[in-house]
Ligand binder design. Structure first.
Ligand SMILES: *[C@@H]1O[C@H](CO)[C@@H](O)[C@H](O)[C@H]1NC(C)=O
Ligand SMILES: *[C@@H]1O[C@H](CO)[C@@H](O)[C@H](O)[C@H]1NC(C)=O
Ligand SMILES: *[C@@H]1O[C@H](CO)[C@@H](O)[C@H](O)[C@H]1NC(C)=O
Ligand SMILES: *[C@@H]1O[C@H](CO)[C@@H](O)[C@H](O)[C@H]1NC(C)=O
Length: 259
């Protein structure tokens, strides 16, 4: 085998050492660690959750930007995104989907208002968890930076709260499949047109049938809407007047999502 040259090996080792030293000081100065107030808010939020499978076990240590499901904005290190979607989402093409693992991976419990400290939160996904019919918290209406809210299939109960109308920056709102066990009609959607930037709305599984065409008048007032999902909403037929509404462009996709 080759000659062993101690000077050469020492040289290589020193270079590696120098590299790691430089790399770590670079990381310390350039990668923002998270804002301490937001870190504490996340820990308080975690305390009130149940998490049998330990999905939030990485939520320890100083830099909350490295915690699972958390993404910080580059600039100031504020928490911008919380993706706490159940990783074992059922899907039709997943042949090996395992319901036990799915349920074991539910987050549940209570949703602590400490989230209000996350002033830059744009994206919140709590879908496919099990909150045992608690109501969607009132304070969600104060998460003013939200552009994306996904509470799909998370067993929230009660009616859709009107204060969601305060989330004027929302682009995506997915509230589908929440009333599986006690279907609750979403009686009054008059708050919806406040969401003037809403591009995507999913109310699948909500009982809108009892409203007559009331839902259509409301949805038609959403100027930015491109995609509407109303599967299993108890809508029997579409009104003839649909052609006179602004939804005409979306007619085909609307039909396909209703039926
Ligand atoms: C919400 O999350 C579910 C999975 O949990 C996903 O299927 C759905 O597409 C998401 N909705 C939006 C608007 O991204
Ligand atoms: C909605 O916004 C208004 C005006 O900013 C505020 O007074 C009200 O408390 C908010 N409601 C909720 C539930 O956040
Ligand atoms: C719906 O709610 C709004 C405000 O919350 C109220 O002004 C309106 O009268 C309600 N409409 C119905 C049909 O209950
Ligand atoms: C369609 O939208 C335009 C503005 O984008 C509005 O002026 C008009 O009244 C709307 N039509 C109906 C039927 O709501």
């Amino acid at each position: 085998m080759g000659n062993f040259n101690p000077a050469y090996h020492l040289n290589v080792a020193l270079h590696y050492l120098l590299f790691f030293f430089l790399a770590s000081s670079f990381l310390q100065t350039c990668v923002k660690s998270c804002v301490e107030e937001e870190r504490r808010a996340l820990l308080t939020f975690k305390q009130d959750l149940t998490d049998p499978s330990g999905r939030l076990s990485s939520w320890v240590g100083q830099n909350c930007c490295w915690w699972r499901g958390i993404l910080c904005e580059n600039h100031m290190g504020h928490v911008a995104k919380m993706d706490l979607q159940n990783p074992y989402v059922p899907s039709y093409d997943n042949q090996v989907w395992d319901e036990v693992t799915y349920q074991w991976s539910f987050l549940g419990g209570k949703i602590n208002p400490s989230l209000l400290s996350l002033k830059h939160l744009q994206y919140l996904d709590l879908s496919n968890n099990n909150f045992h019919e608690i109501h969607i918290p009132k304070f969600f209406g104060q998460l003013k930076s939200l552009q994306y809210l996904n509470l799909s299939a998370s067993s929230f109960g009660g009616e859709i709260p009107p204060f969601l109308g305060n989330l004027s920056n929302l682009n995506y709102l997915d509230l589908s499949w929440n009333n599986m066990f006690s279907p609750v009609s979403s009686k009054n959607l008059s708050w919806l047109p406040h969401l003037s930037f809403l591009k995507y709305l999913n109310l699948g599984g909500h009982d809108l049938g009892s409203q007559g065409v009331g839902w259509l008048n409301v949805v038609n007032k959403l100027p930015s809407l491109v995609e509407l999902h109303l599967r299993s909403c108890g809508i029997q037929s579409l009104p003839f007047s649909l052609q006179t509404t602004n939804l005409t462009h979306h007619f085909c996709s609307l039909i396909s999502h209703i039926i």
